[in-house]
Design a protein around this ligand. Sequence first.
Ligand SMILES: Cc1cc2nc3c(=O)[nH]c(=O)nc-3n(C[C@H](O)[C@H](O)[C@H](O)COP(=O)(O)OP(=O)(O)OC[C@H]3O[C@@H](n4cnc5c(N)ncnc54)[C@H](O)[C@@H]3O)c2cc1C
Length: 577
Amino acid sequence: MRYFPVIVVGGGLAGLRAALEVNMHNIPVCVLSRVHPVRSHSLAAQGGINGALGNHVRGSNDSVEKHAFDTVKGSDYLGDQDAIIRMCNDAPLRIYEMEHWGCPFSRTSEGKIAQRPFGGAGFPRTAYAEDKTGHVLLHTLYEQVVRFEHSSERADITVLDEMLVTSLAVDDGRCTGVIALNLKTGNFEAFQSDAVIFATGGSGRVYSNSTNALISTALGAYIPFKDGAPLKDMEFIQFHPTTLIGTNILMTEGCRGEGGFLVNNKGERFLANYEDSKKAMEVAPRDIVARNIQREIDAGRGFENSYVHLDIRHLGEKKINERLPGIRDLCIKFANIDPVTDPIPVQPGQHYTMGGIDTDINGASDIKGLFAAGECACVSVHGANRLGGNSLLETIVYGAIAGKSCAEYVSSLAQTKTGAEKVEAKLRDEERRAREIVAKDGDYLICDVRDELAQTMAQKVGLFRKEDQLRSALEDIERAKDKFKKVKFNAKSKSLSYNYEFINYLETEASICVSEVIVKGALERKESRGSHFRLDFPKRDDANFLKHTVARYSKEGITLSYKPVKIVKWEPKERKY
Ligand SMILES: Cc1cc2nc3c(=O)[nH]c(=O)nc-3n(C[C@H](O)[C@H](O)[C@H](O)COP(=O)(O)OP(=O)(O)OC[C@H]3O[C@@H](n4cnc5c(N)ncnc54)[C@H](O)[C@@H]3O)c2cc1C
């Protein structure tokens, strides 16, 4: 059994930033990641990262207060305002820190960090590097991690990739380590620690039509959930307005921020016909644009009943190559069209998990010694709807905050390196469970159970929701549970080394549970707020639902309770655009 004072699960932006912060406190830290850190989904982020830098004439009066207010309003007043103010306040600091670590942001003609308009602000607030912002941020952080891997300056950062964490070890309410499957060897390994930071990203792959990487599964939310950490606001799923038809690959909001149009089959910029998008048009908040695209398609004004056009041709080849080269490349490779000469066929798709592991403003969860940051966590800064560009920001701001509070927690412990027996026992549990899984010989294929459920989520728990559809989704989930009890382990090899059938089993189990949390939360929230739109309750209802949903796990089932939203500055108002 290996011991590290702090273990970070996840090597994306949130995980690496948290690990660096722990390292700045001179505490040894180990990052466990199922893929090499620079293959995390953060890498795929295209459009940019928000911060009130005010680097453009049109955005020169920007301020932390304006950024915070836009975020609160975008969240449909469900975001916790203290957490939002903290994030917006730290934004310039964290962005300049990335710049000083060598992050190659795109530049203005004066050499300042360039910013583009995204939803929410209406002027340039989103710093970017072409359309590869996540790529450059992640590589910059990874370079810093490598710098401290074996450094005489500070305690070591150890990175172990191809390590799939499958379970926590919790001893008397305190997290004392994790169990991971070493994907190379196929053996389970025990890691004892004084604290654990979860940074496992979003649960997007619960849906079949997601922009997320295949590794963005519900496993990261499920592992702490089943050990007692509540999940918050999981019914709020963001659907991005513009994903490429066929694959649902993201076409960044930057396409519209740079001046792209959304057009229906009549050649109209249809957003002008809707009250909530006629002013901001293509840069209105995501939930609004996504719903209005879907309304056009449903009204027969889309193409082939399934998409509209995102037209960037008028930007010209030079600007497209300069600002959106990745988009051009993706369109050519995955849709066989060139956006310089053709409109891009797009439809809304699952994009972001607003909810997650419930944490306080310092990243601490309900389990002592367990922290969370990034997309898997819910602080909550996005409330009912995330503004584009705020998620990359959350990863580095709250990654650093969780790292700091975790380091302080570890330094304050009277006794470290505790709970060894529990970790050993958990290791044996996991080995036993794995033997049972590979011996399963039932009637159903694991992949079928998972795919059917992902279809249910896309069709019945999507952009528009209704009681009968949500109830029908719950029935599908019950059916999935039954089938899951009767699956067969279909892979010939029972070795766990790179055994995708085994990983799929764990992910499907997580998917079933997290889907149930999403649907139950959506069913009980009898109002429309942000991304959660109920056709049978089309209005926001602050009197009854200005509150966070908190889901808890027990062997008997999932229970829901509520807790208040922190309103410290702006009283809820109707969203007007
Ligand atoms: C296509 C796309 C474009 C986006 N563009 C933008 C944008 O322009 N601006 C913006 O603000 N946001 C954007 N987002 C959102 C943003 O990129 C993500 O929310 C953010 O990067 C998530 O970072 P993270 O560190 O929380 O998780 P991730 O980057 O997803 O990293 C998760 C890590 O956890 C590890 N992991 C997961 N489960 C386990 C396990 N069980 N055991 C071990 N390791 C595990 C993985 O290996 C990975 O290293 C975009 C998202 C997508 C999908």
